[in-house]
Design a protein around this ligand. Structure first.
Ligand code: FES
Length: 89
């Protein structure tokens, strides 16, 4: 199933940037709610680091889709629009 992969990682060193420290858990819930409301056949999963920690919160459409950086709730509509196109690929 195509999915949105949300990084929720808190790095071991709290002085280093991480998606979890930037509110990624709450963001994942907001995305889960938005996907549910949209009716899109899309999963929402967590991952522990996408390797772009300085740019978080980060998420990726999988398999093989784009990565989104600096994600906040305001970007969810843009991500769902991209996901609709991604589902047609
Ligand atoms: S902590 Fe999210 S990309 Fe590394």
């Amino acid at each position: 199933m195509k999915s949105i992969l949300v990084c929720t990682n808190h790095r071991a060193n709290p002085n280093l940037p991480s998606c979890g420290a930037r509110g990624a858990e709450a963001l994942k819930q907001q995305i889960t709610d938005a996907v549910g409301a949209s009716g899109l056949p899309l999963g929402v999963k967590e991952i522990q680091c996408l390797g772009e920690c300085d740019e978080g919160p980060n998420l990726r459409l999988i398999p093989g889709g784009p990565t989104f950086q600096h994600v906040d709730a305001a970007k969810i509509p843009v991500i769902l629009k991209a996901a609709k196109s991604f589902l047609k690929e």
